[in-house]
Ligand binder design. Sequence first.
Ligand SMILES: Nc1ncnc2c1ncn2[C@@H]1O[C@H](COP(=O)(O)OP(=O)(O)O)[C@@H](O)[C@H]1O
Ligand SMILES: CC(=O)N[C@@H](CCC(=O)OP(=O)(O)O)C(=O)O
Length: 267
Amino acid sequence: MQYIVIKCGGSVCDALSDSFFQQVVDLQQSGLWRPVIVHGGGPSISALLKAFNITSSFVNGLRVTTREVLDTAEMVLSGKINKQVVRRLKQAGGKAIGLSGVDGDLLGAEPVSGHEKLGFVGQIKQINTHLLHTLMEQGYIPVISPIGVDQDGQHYNINADMAAAAVAGALQATLCFVSDIPGIYVEEGESRRVLKTATNRQLEQLIDDHVITGGMVPKVKAAISALAYQVPEVVILCGKDEQALAAFCQGEAVGTKIVMEGAAIHG
Ligand SMILES: Nc1ncnc2c1ncn2[C@@H]1O[C@H](COP(=O)(O)OP(=O)(O)O)[C@@H](O)[C@H]1O
Ligand SMILES: CC(=O)N[C@@H](CCC(=O)OP(=O)(O)O)C(=O)O
């Protein structure tokens, strides 16, 4: 039995098919996997901020989070999206429980270091793995929204990729980023191709060269940090590809696998 953290990006949440959620439930019911979902919701947060006439900006892929941005992010992530994901899993015959990082101090957080201007953006300090284990032993699939809390009860907006990497590290879980692209693109002349495998060094260079930009920057950094926590495997795959998750779990090469330098590369 292997833990797997499945990070569902806000870019793709609405486009995930019934069959995707069926695959998550099937993985759990096979007895071979214990899935945990961490979801994002960046585009929905941006849409609600716009409707509220609140301006927001990003620095290195992280949203500058004032008090009112935090309230809006929490409404969207812990309210709307978390419950949507729970409903989809239930419709697929699964037993899911939605939690934000605030519930049961699941995601203990602190302000993200070195970026004071980001406001209430957090990084994870500790994870209540006991709560996750208890829920999974009862047959639940935990669905986690990336809002953290500190010892004083202050809430923080946490990038969902970073939250997923920390949860995977704490559980020593396989980490699967489900996004709206088939993997990491690199330019080749006029065309582009998806890297089958990428090392941490290669990825740092691609960030420096501005080949990896926007939301892919924190995703790749989170992937590298998960490998530093020595999780067994990290992959980025496309949620719109109906069978990608199941194929990955059966050992097939899908998306971009991320490895520490020194591991075999089949670019
Ligand atoms: N080199 C790259 N390869 C693939 N996607 C990239 C790359 N650089 C930037 N991106 C962008 O990153 C996006 C995925 O990040 P993001 O929107 O934050 O996804 P998610 O919501 O799934 O976390 C892609 O849709 C793409 O526009
Ligand atoms: C600090 C920070 O940037 N938090 C993110 C949280 C949601 C997220 O990460 O969603 P995606 O996975 O869809 O990008 C935000 O406010 O957009």
